[in-house]
Design a protein around this ligand. Sequence first.
Ligand SMILES: *Cc1c(COP(=O)(O)O)cnc(C)c1O
Length: 411
Amino acid sequence: MALINENYLKLKAGYLFPEIGRRVREYAQANPDKKIIRMGIGDVTQPLTSSILKAFHAGVEEMGNASTFKGYGPEQGYDFLREAIAKNDYQARGVDISADDIFVSDGSKCDTGNIQEIFGLDNKIGICDPVYPVYADTTVMSGKTGVCRENGYFDKIIYMPCNEANGFVPDLPAERPDLIFLCFPNNPTGTVATKEVLKKWVNYAIENKSIILYDAAYEAFITDDKIPHSIFEIEGAKKVAIEFRSFSKTAGFTGTRCAFTVIPSELMAYDSKGNSHQVKPLWMRRHTTKFNGVSYPVQQAAAAIYTEQGKKETKEVINFYLENAQIMIKSLTAAGFTVFGGVNAPYVWVKTKNNMKSWEFFDKLLIEINVVGTPGAGFGPSGEGYFRFSAFAERDNVEEAMQRITKLFAK
Ligand SMILES: *Cc1c(COP(=O)(O)O)cnc(C)c1O
């Protein structure tokens, strides 16, 4: 008899985005004449830039030529890409990370989920509420939790509420987590962590022999010079942190697929007898056993992001999205909303009006003005009463959506 992994039965039925899709589809079918503006799912809208595309094409050409053809590449990624990452993302910022610490992959969603596999089932996981739903769901799948309670919290996960009172930056939890997921700039709140905040977390992890799983998928959107781009900018972090980065939002790779995980040699975890072990070789073993590398043309395309021209083009696209966010902040504030994020992140986090619930607000915007956003409650119970607007959209759509919202709430 084939037995299932019963942890999957603990998961709540729908992932957030299919539910949004269902409601939008139903509305669209019943109202085919309405122009719906989508600012819901966190997916980029701008195409790959010309230098990235050129490198991508050149990589494809090499695959069609016997003298340059490539078969399996190194599972951890080609040296040309790992070295470009180490040099530009880390060494250029004074952070001593080498190519050897970098594992190229097909996505941070997979990496943040898969990383759980090299850690024991007895670890207590600390997760922010609200946040990217992948951390909690993969923790449940891995078997580290109990069931889901009435309030939406899973037993054995240590939730760290992020709200207006703490500026959407988690306080140190009362109970000690062994693995701590942090995501800055944050999805969905668009908030960032200062050096002081990250230092506090790094010290906490050092004191408690915990590990921070730092998701920096939106690092490229940081505009404020004082905000760290990497947790490894904090002294001591190499002993207690793993960093996840992705080209998805940085350079429009959501459909192209390329990301990387950074694990310094200094990072240690412990066995049940309390002996310390390097984490990097465990991930190396996992990665080389279960993953066969990102395709060569895609890695060439990713490396082009680090050329002078690539950097310039990429920055222009990021600035375009950030300008969208500025337009949104201005309009929403003028319409009387309390607004967060959107400055160092592509997400604008809005408090609904009149204590409206997130899904109520979602339906109101969809039905009355045909604008789609993301209900905050979908990212965790503390997101209730909030709403996320994504700046990944065409300019005229942003402007039209903001005009519709202004009109609706000016009434
Ligand atoms: C979009 C996103 C990612 C990137 O995932 P990929 O699998 O690399 O596309 C990672 N973390 C967060 C929080 C995200 O929003």
